[in-house]
Design a protein around this ligand. Sequence first.
Ligand code: SF4
Length: 252
Amino acid sequence: MLKEIRILADHGKQFVPDLRTQPVSERFRGRPVISADITAVQAGRAASLCPSGAIDSNSGTIDLGRCSFCNECALAMPEVYRFTNDYRIAATKREDLIIKPGQADPLRIDETAVRKEVRSIFRRSLKLRQVSAGGDNSCEMELGASGNVNFDMGRYGIEFVASPRHADGIVITGPISQNMASALEITYDAVPSPKVIILVGTDSISGGLFAASPALKRDFIENHHIDLYIPGNPAHPLTFINGVMDLLGNRQ
Ligand code: SF4
């Protein structure tokens, strides 16, 4: 018994005590900041460097729903682009993922875009079915990590379940390949209403690097209301958990 107590004391806390304020490495690439003084020439150059078309060639804005967080823009033009380690970058509206020059405030979800029933029904418990629609297993691994002993999102009632019939919503990863499009629709149909849709990762939000591929079929995104967009390539567990907690109105 004493031996076990000593081991517990040596290991310390295995879980992240406060998921809202947990610091991460300075090298983590989260919310970008763009110089307010960016010129049209600089914007054009940055757009030509960006492999995923996330930078607008006229204004220099970064679309976090397309950004692969490769850091090319910041490496080439550090006086204009830099990435902070702020991981709270989820949004309830697609357009809120576009970061403008001079925008330095933290990103917070637009509360007015949250459906009332989402908070009234799921605030204390949200069960999710994950669908990898052509994903590369990176976001899927981070989602798996969200429930591990470190992040332990289950402490807030947020969990993944095996069956869509036991779920309150779906979490989509991957760019939605043609051969997953109908499976995704079937899974969504099996979830009882009101159902939540969460997109995780650049690929699911915009198609990412594969956006122009004929192998994709993304009608689902256009035909359904998306409750939450969680950028990242892959998305960090803290980005996912904080985004979902914000959606549910969890103030902890
Ligand atoms: S970090 Fe994002 S915005 Fe910058 S070049 Fe890479 S994909 Fe484009």
